[in-house]
Design a protein around this ligand. Structure first.
Ligand code: SF4
Ligand code: SF4
Length: 129
C-alpha cells in the first residue's frame, strides 16, 4: 500500500535553508493573489536563483520564506508547486526528523486521487483539502 504524507502545516519547511522556485505561471497566480502586476510582484518578492536559471521567492532576514507570516503561509491558496509537492513528490534523506507530516497508508486509488488533487490545486489556484 502506498504511503501518503499528510501535511500538518507546522511550517518547518518554510524556515529551512533552500530556495522556493517559481515558474512564470506561478508568478502570474501569485501576483494576481497579491493584487500586483507581475513586474511589481517580481521586484518585491523574488530573486534570481543561485544557478541564475530562473526566479525564486525571497527570504526574510532569518532565512524563512518571504511569505511566512507567523505560523501561516500568506499565499496558501496559490503557493508554489514546490511547496505543495513536499514531501510526497520530493523530499530528502532524513526529512522526517523535521517535517511533521503524518504518513498514512492509503489504497492505490486514494493515493492517485490525493496526488492528482495536489497537482490540480497548483494549476487552478484552488485550495487543496
Ligand atoms: S510559499 Fe508559503 S508554503 Fe511555500 S515556503 Fe513560502 S510560506 Fe512556505
Ligand atoms: S510539509 Fe512537513 S515541514 Fe512542511 S508544513 Fe507540512 S508537516 Fe510541516
Amino acid at each position: 500500500m502506498p504511503i501518503f504524507f499528510e501535511c500538518q502545516r507546522c511550517t518547518a519547511c518554510c524556515r529551512w535553508p533552500g530556495q522556493v522556485r517559481v515558474s512564470g505561471a506561478e508568478i502570474t497566480r501569485l501576483a494576481a493573489f497579491k493584487n500586483l502586476c507581475e513586474h511589481e510582484f517580481i521586484q518585491q518578492f523574488t530573486r534570481l536563483r543561485a544557478d541564475r536559471q530562473g526566479l525564486a521567492l525571497k527570504e526574510q532576514a532569518d532565512g524563512a520564506c518571504i511569505f511566512l507570516e507567523g505560523e501561516n503561509c500568506a499565499v496558501q491558496p496559490v503557493k508554489p508547486q514546490q511547496c505543495r509537492e513536499f514531501p510526497n513528490l520530493w523530499n530528502f534523506p532524513g526529512f522526517e526528523k523535521t517535517c511533521h507530516a503524518i504518513p498514512r497508508e492509503v489504497s492505490d486509488a486514494e493515493y492517485q486521487r490525493r496526488i492528482a488533487t495536489m497537482k490540480l490545486a497548483g494549476h487552478t489556484g484552488a485550495i487543496p483539502p
